[in-house]
Design a protein around this ligand. Structure first.
Ligand code: 13P
Length: 309
């Protein structure tokens, strides 16, 4: 049978989604064309909530690997596809299950809080999961006398430790290589160039511990997008991966957004393209499935997080 001809790739994706009865979901850091083609765009917490509720049978997940794993853990009956299996997360790769097990042996009453940017095998060792949107709330829900091991993001963990004043919170020294490129000196320069701009930052930023004193808001990607819409300010300095600027600019055409660093670019997030989405829908590739025993254990910390937030 002759292959259908489409005027553009967006139309082709739309037709294939219908044919496959599939939905496309995307993280806020995805390229604009993917966000346009997506049925749902959000931060890690909303993507997890969405995966829980949706009745779609086939999901093309445009983000990075741990996000697709989380969706598969929450909805094992769905076929979760990723356009590129190589799209991983350097931060998630900075901790292994044996690192967590070692801490638990040394702290038998301790509680492990795993940022969602962890692999399924690491989540399987954790007690609670969290995202940037609810990390503080999750930590506050844990009894004061219990020691906490916060993994793997040092900066998000430091932020939560400062906000909660929790002395018995131990940090793993992982970091996001894109967020670590955002420098305090650059933020200072941008603030003096744009004195009326509000400065909004993601808690994964490597300069968080130094720049927090002048941050107007510390928010998840979705929180930033919402804040930019609701705030009466006309200008914003945005400290996170640059993909988030797409929706901010689209939602607020008259406002101005300055990236805190043009270099804060996640090569993994940008591995997904519409061409790969087409291939993914045509060939139903590449399926992400978490082994049942791991998925059952990893589900518990994710469920606890969703219940708290
Ligand atoms: P958000 O949950 O704020 O979208 O952040 C996700 C992420 O992976 C940041 O690196």
């Amino acid at each position: 049978m002759a292959k259908a001809i489409y005027d553009n790739i967006q139309e082709e994706v739309l037709a294939l989604k219908r044919e496959r009865r599939a939905v496309l979901v995307a993280h806020n850091y995805q390229i604009g064309e993917i966000q346009e083609a997506a049925d749902f765009v959000g931060d890690s917490l909303n993507l997890a909530r969405w995966a829980r509720k949706s009745d779609a049978e086939v999901v093309v997940f445009c983000g990075v690997h741990f996000m697709a794993e989380t969706a598969s853990i929450l909805s094992p009956e769905k076929k979760i596809l990723v356009p590129d299996l190589e799209a991983g997360c350097s931060l998630a790769d900075m901790i292994r299950p044996e690192d967590v097990r070692r801490w638990k042996i040394e702290h038998p009453r301790g509680v492990v809080v795993a940022y969602v940017n962890t692999s399924a095998v690491v989540k399987a060792e954790a007690d609670y999961c969290c995202t940037s949107a609810n990390a503080e709330k999750v930590v506050r829900a844990i009894p004061e006398d219990r020691e906490i091991f916060f993994i793997p993001d040092f900066y998000l963990g430091s932020y939560v430790k400062a906000k909660t004043g929790r002395e018995n919170l131990y940090l793993w020294r992982g970091y996001c290589p894109s967020h670590v490129l955002i420098q305090t000196e650059e933020i200072r320069r941008l603030r003096s160039e744009h004195p009326r701009a509000e400065f909004i930052m993601h808690p994964e930023c490597g300069c968080l511990t130094k720049s927090i004193q002048f941050a107007d808001q510390v928010l998840s990607t979705e929180g930033m997008i919402r804040y930019a819409k609701e705030s009466p300010s006309e200008e914003f300095i945005v400290a996170t991966e640059t993909g988030v600027l797409y929706r901010m600019r689209k939602d607020n055409p008259s406002k101005r957004f300055y990236p805190a660093s043009e270099q804060a670019h996640c090569n993994y997030m940008k591995m997904n393209t519409l061409e790969k989405v087409v291939e993914s829908l045509e060939n139903l590739q590449y399926e992400v499935r978490v082994p049942k025993e791991i998925a059952e254990r990893a589900l518990q910390p994710i469920e606890r997080m969703i219940a708290i937030s």
